[in-house]
Design a protein around this ligand. Structure first.
Ligand SMILES: C[S@@+](CC[C@H](N)C(=O)[O-])C[C@H]1O[C@@H](n2cnc3c(N)ncnc32)[C@H](O)[C@@H]1O
Ligand code: SF4
Ligand code: SF4
Length: 372
């Protein structure tokens, strides 16, 4: 593996993970239901505004809100976290993050503090100029959402004509990307189940770094807020209602994807996650799926566009990063009570990849070697 592919920042976070999280953390966290740890992964929902109209997600219905954190607020929030936590992984999502004029500034600021920053985007705004700015911002990884290599299916599931061409243009514009990782995220539903293999083939052929399959959730799993700041009640969405339509295809496709992963395709999902996805996509009420616990309690730290911090995106905020120090509410009574509720929660977002993050050393080593 060439020296420049070694990301020391990543390795430092990894070592902290083993030391703090696995060894001293999990046991005490589950036993005492508090987290003596500090979050290693922080998710920023940087804006709820969006320029696509995906029928699986209602973020695009958000109205303009002047109360969103500004550039200086985000810098202050990131600094507070860095002082408390040290280095960590910062995942930026939305809405569409690149609708913010200051997105590049935010990435530069966090990367400059030694934080590993990743962004997920719909790719629509990444022209040549923005691509260059992204690559030189210090961003660790960019994930573009792509649901199918069939333009019609992608555009329909993104609610926007021309979206497929825009993602392809973004990938082309990011051909020269130095050390930055470029990944694909595909949301799995009945409508694209037969396109998943083609997506993995595309990722490998184009030399992209990985593909992650995320099972479709009811739209309420990507909450937006009502006027009072509470999560809005959302209908599940029409594509969600067709889940379970193709049980045999689901099994066949994931058996193939598992084999492709074994043969060096850069598919992120662990085999265990794939097995649970198959059950879920065939039948959301599958008893094995229902039993699988949500493990986010001791580790999740989600900041919404207004600075509210949550452990679970669907629960009440435990504090606001604008007003408070994160260490003041991380182990507050409210946080402890929510961690108790999280352990018994049966909402389907337990099936998101972040709830299946386990060490898969063999696969990671093989991936590094093949990329080498
Ligand atoms: C909410 S979007 C935000 C980032 C950006 N706007 C984008 O689409 O990439 C994050 C991811 O959620 C996916 N997504 C949308 N609706 C979903 C649903 N109902 N269930 C699971 N994932 C969903 C999107 O395809 C995208 O990969
Ligand atoms: S999934 Fe992403 S692109 Fe689609 S509406 Fe939601 S935030 Fe926008
Ligand atoms: S499964 Fe986890 S993330 Fe989803 S609503 Fe329940 S506690 Fe929150």
């Amino acid at each position: 593996m060439p020296h420049d592919r070694i990301n020391w920042q990543r390795i430092r976070v990894g070592c902290r993970y083993v030391e703090k999280y696995l060894v001293e953390g999990l046991l005490s966290a589950y036993k005492f239901n508090h987290s003596p740890l500090k979050p290693l992964e922080v998710f920023c929902e940087i804006t709820y505004k969006c320029n696509l109209k995906c029928p699986t997600c209602f973020r695009w219905t958000t109205v303009e809100d002047r109360d969103e954190l500004g550039l200086e607020d985000w810098k202050a929030a990131i600094s507070k976290l860095e002082k408390w936590v040290g280095t960590f992984n910062l995942f930026v999502s939305g809405g569409e993050p690149f609708l913010r004029d200051d997105m590049i500034e935010i990435i530069k600021f966090a990367s400059g503090l030694g934080i590993t920053v990743s962004v997920v985007s719909n790719g629509s705004l990444i022209d040549k100029t923005l691509a260059k700015r992204i690559v030189s911002s210090g961003l660790f990884g960019l994930t573009l959402s792509l649901n199918s290599m069939n333009p019609k299916t992608h555009n329909e599931t993104r609610g926007t004509a021309g979206s497929f061409d825009e993602v392809m243009r973004a990938i082309e514009n990011l051909r020269e990307r130095g050390k930055m990782r470029l990944n694909i995220a595909a949301t799995v539903m009945a409508e694209n189940i037969n396109d998943l293999v083609g997506l993995a083939e595309f990722v490998k052929k184009e030399g992209l770094d990985s593909i992650n399959y995320q099972p479709l959730m009811p739209a309420s799993a990507i909450p937006i807020l009502d006027e009072k700041g509470n999560p809005k009640k959302l209908p599940p969405g029409k594509f969600y209602q067709t889940l379970g339509r193709e049980p045999e295809a689901v099994k066949e496709v994931f058996t193939r994807l598992k084999r492709m992963r074994e043969n060096g395709y850069p598919i992120n999902n662990m085999p265990k996650h794939m097995a649970y996805m198959v059950r879920y996509l065939q039948n959301q009420e599958d008893p094995e799926v229902v039993k699988y616990p949500c493990k986010i309690g001791p580790k999740n730290f989600v900041i919404d566009p207004f600075g509210n911090v949550r452990i679970c995106p669907m629960m009440e905020p435990i504090g606001n990063i604008r007003d408070d120090l994160p260490q003041a509410f991380w182990n507050s009574d409210k946080a402890l009570e929510q961690r108790e509720n999280i352990r018994g929660c049966k909402e389907p977002c337990r099936l998101f990849t972040c709830n299946f993050k386990e060490l898969d050393l063999w696969y990671q080593l093989k991936k590094m070697y093949m990329r080498g």
